[in-house]
Design a protein around this ligand. Structure first.
Ligand code: ADP
Ligand code: 5GP
Length: 186
């Protein structure tokens, strides 16, 4: 049975930080590298964090039916899970870890049902989220504002997922998610 682990969360809640840790703990989990059209951050590596592609190229892939799912997560910013990623990871007998927005997560859950587990990560408050986005220093004030507005909307989806984990103390959050994953894999 081909499984999928889904991690979803508002931008800035600590998802990437947690995912890095989880991938070190569970070698059978492999990050599903999404395609996206936003610009690359200084800390990111093309082909590791995302496949950074143009909007034209992304639209071609939509027409070619290359995506498992895709969303315009922010104004004119497209993100999508490639079928080739899923096939590559499953063919190596590993389990893909998806980092997708709430709509993408629900879409994948609908498609793959009981073979998925979806974890929603949130910050203890909106204030903490704002401070983390500012401190991360990777987004413009406008992009931070866009992310905060989106976060409030995304929070209304939290109860639709299998688990909600609050990322207050990082070590506690990693431990909680590790326990969820152990159950999912067993
Ligand atoms: P996301 O991938 O959800 O956008 P990041 O992993 O980039 O979020 O985390 C956003 C910022 O918050 C980063 O600067 C990260 O170092 C920091 N961060 C993550 N988890 C915690 C935590 N538990 N406590 C304090 N800061 C954190
Ligand atoms: P960021 O720009 O902060 O890396 O990500 C913005 C949002 O896009 C996050 O919520 C992230 O989970 C989501 N995202 C990343 N890749 C995908 C994808 O392939 N599909 C969907 N639907 N969302 C994605």
């Amino acid at each position: 049975m081909n499984k999928i682990l889904i991690i979803t969360a508002p931008s800035g809640s600590g998802k990437s930080t947690i995912i890095k840790r989880i991938l070190e703990i569970f070698p059978q989990l492999k990050f599903s590298i999404s395609a996206c059209t936003r610009s690359q951050r200084a800390t990111e590596v093309n082909g590791v964090d995302y496949y950074f592609i143009s909007v034209d190229n992304f639209k071609r892939k939509i027409i070619n039916n290359d995506f498992v799912e895709w969303e315009m997560v922010y104004e004119d910013k497209y993100y999508g899970t490639l079928k080739s990623e899923l096939d590559r990871i499953w063919s190596e007998n590993n389990i893909p870890l998806f980092d997708v927005d709430v709509k993408g997560a629900l879409h994948v859950k609908r498609m793959y049902g009981n073979n998925t587990t979806a974890v929603f990560i949130k910050t203890p408050s909106e204030e903490v989220l704002k401070n983390r986005l500012i401190k991360r220093n990777t987004d413009t004030p406008q992009s931070i504002q866009e992310r905060l507005e989106k976060a409030a909307y995304e929070a209304t989806y939290a109860s639709k997922f299998d688990y909600i984990v609050i990322n207050d103390d990082l070590e506690v959050a990693v431990q909680e998610i590790s326990t969820i994953i152990q159950n999912f894999l067993s």
